[in-house]
Design a protein around this ligand. Structure first.
Ligand code: C2E
Ligand code: CA
Ligand code: CA
Ligand code: CA
Length: 279
């Protein structure tokens, strides 16, 4: 229950709007799911643009609730962000991801990289670096196998703190990517301020690339800009052969999208890799 100004309690009162109700419901069920392993990591392949060869995957969180069914990340991540629950949840994702990398290492798949989404809250906390060190030691992985995806908005909350943290992460060997590049307000300032490895071009620029001349120009220019700065580029949301062709033509580096693979459970991804490796 939430304490109101004049000492009266409110709990799912009729005045409470539907959004708040949904928020409380989801938050409640999420705590249950975190304790009862209702969350699962899905992996979506990232491929080398020229060859289509899988070089790694992005980790995407999935939640199946007994009563609510499958809940989309676009519905539960914002609630987790707002309530602060994203911190323990994100920590769980990091731990699971490191465990998976360790398992792959034992199976001879140490060349594959996993990219994890970090929320602004995880990122602005003071404990991230120590926690990552702890997990790396616990699982015995090589930090360069792990890529951290951060959004422009998260990074620009406190640019100076971000700059220092990114430098420390990079010294450890972690890979750093800017997610949803081009959708924030400060993409270019970001490139100047922060030492990073790659940028992920947002799906919004890729989806109409064949028909919208502006998008085509923006994507081509972003690839050129990134390369001049020594960064690699991942194009998100590639769904068609024509989009793939355009990106190859513009010398993009990597791609991710339904054309290559949908997000899938880790075990299925393992099979997917095995099938690909066969001649
Ligand atoms: P994102 O980081 O931009 O992730 C890419 C989203 O695009 C994923 O949605 C993915 O399934 C979807 N996608 C990939 N390829 C295609 C395509 O070809 N076409 C279309 N239409 N969509 C494609 P998803 O899995 O629903 O995740 C949505 C967002 O939720 C993510 O956006 C990310 O911001 C957030 N998220 C997911 N997992 C986590 C997590 O573990 N931690 C945090 N902090 N955020 C997460
Ligand atoms: Ca992402
Ligand atoms: Ca993205
Ligand atoms: Ca996006």
């Amino acid at each position: 229950a939430k304490r109101e100004g004049r000492g009266n309690f409110q709990f799912f009162s009729p005045e409470m709007n539907a959004a708040t109700h949904e928020h409380l419901l989801l938050e409640n069920r999420m705590w249950g799911a975190l304790n009862a392993e209702g969350f699962e990591l899905y992996l979506q392949a990232q491929v080398e643009l020229d060859t289509g060869r899988v070089i790694g995957a992005e980790v995407l969180l999935r939640w199946h609730d007994q009563e609510l069914g499958s809940v989309e990340p676009s519905r539960f991540i914002p609630v987790a962000e707002e309530s602060g629950m994203i911190v323990p949840l994100g920590d769980w994702v990091l731990g699971q991801t490191m465990a998976l990398l360790a398992q792959w290492q034992r199976e001879g798949l140490e060349d594959l990289r996993l990219a994890v989404n970090l929320s602004a809250r995880q990122f602005s906390g003071s404990t991230l670096l120590a926690r990552l060190d702890e997990l790396v030691a616990q699982h015995g992985i090589d930090p360069s196998q792990l890529e951290l995806e951060i959004t422009e908005t998260a990074a620009m909350r406190d640019p100076e703190a971000t700059r220092q943290l990114l430098r420390q992460l990079r010294t450890r060997g972690f890979k750093l990517a800017i997610d949803d590049f081009g959708t924030g307000y400060s993409s270019l300032a970001y490139l100047k301020l922060f030492a990073i490895d790659r940028i992920k071009i947002d799906r919004g620029f890729v989806q109409d690339i064949e028909h919208n001349p502006n998008d085509a120009v923006i994507v081509a220019a972003t690839i050129g800009l990134a390369h001049s700065l020594g960064l690699t580029v991942v194009a998100e949301g590639v769904e068609t052969e024509a989009q793939w062709g355009f990106l190859r033509d513009k010398q993009g580096d990597e791609a991710q999208g339904y054309l290559f693979a949908r997000p899938m459970p880790a075990r299925e991804f393992r099979e997917f890799i095995r099938r690909q490796a066969q001649p």
